[in-house]
Design a protein around this ligand. Sequence first.
Ligand SMILES: NC(=O)c1ccc[n+]([C@@H]2O[C@H](COP(=O)([O-])OP(=O)(O)OC[C@H]3O[C@@H](n4cnc5c(N)ncnc54)[C@H](O)[C@@H]3O)[C@@H](O)[C@H]2O)c1
Length: 316
Amino acid sequence: MRILITGVAGFIGFHLAKKLIEQGHEIVGIDNINDYYTPTLKRLRLSELDSKKFKFYESDINKIDNFDQNFDLVINLAAQAGVRIKKEQEINYINSNIYGFKNICNFCSRNKIKRIIYASSSSVYDDSNSEPFSESKTLIKPKSVYGMSKLFNEVYASAFASENNMSFLGLRLFSVYGPYGRPDMAYFSFTDSIKRDEVVRLHNDGSMARDMTYIDDVIEGISASIDYLIKEDLNGRNEIFNLGNNSPIMTSFLLNSLKENLNIEPKVKRINTSNESVFTHANLSKSKRILGYNPKTSFEDGIKEFLNWHKTYENL
Ligand SMILES: NC(=O)c1ccc[n+]([C@@H]2O[C@H](COP(=O)([O-])OP(=O)(O)OC[C@H]3O[C@@H](n4cnc5c(N)ncnc54)[C@H](O)[C@@H]3O)[C@@H](O)[C@H]2O)c1
């Protein structure tokens, strides 16, 4: 298939493109290589995608209109990610996650591309009860602007799919981690700080928990979503799936695991945060039943894979 991946220089886009190229697909990627975190890492990822089967455009998704139009499927991963960003960066949620997403939808409709997979997030859920988060929950109130922008994607996709008779599949991703990961996420920034003997900023005494999901498992989940979308004609529908791990990890546990693996005592500064979910926890019944999604990587194995990669990365 000929597939467009937006945000291809990002953490998940890179791993997905690599896998799909290996499977023989032709991949066109787009990314604006913004400096939310170091563009050097984004360019490193791109350099590893070098292949006859891969073509890259450095561009914003808001300017996609005239470059390349012939795709079997579009996978939209480009976004301003992260819930903790500077106030002045919040405009990026609007520009990339809202206007950018709308532009991708219109691009697909104009060019008769019927299938779109897009990244939503566990941040659309709130943590007001202790049940694992299920896609069937209808009253959801995101705690962050980021979460709201992702919920907008889902609501917009439902209306757009039905108006234009297209098939949309939204993936609520839960704290994805692994090699080539995102330096702004706790597991990565804690590792950097511990190795540099800098202070680790630990929120709410480490009592928050995230359903950390290893990148290879998420990529398997996205592959299964592609197969499902190709096989099933959703005919004007937008289907939502959780891709998580059903095994939340407390931040204090994460910090301790990094301490033991690195054999360095971290310097810790404790901070209180109030506007973030205390925990995230995916109910995987639907994605297991329909997609055959089955995450296999334990946190202990996954974090070791990340730390092995980090050794090579820090020496670049
Ligand atoms: N990593 C996670 O734990 C996680 C969890 C939930 C949801 N998600 C979502 O998955 C997707 C991929 O996340 P990631 O972790 O790979 O993030 P990432 O920041 O590494 O990748 C996103 C990429 O999109 C690019 N981009 C941003 N705005 C753009 C624009 N307007 N035009 C073109 N390119 C643009 C960035 O340069 C970046 O390379 C995002 O939509 C994110 O919100 C990620």
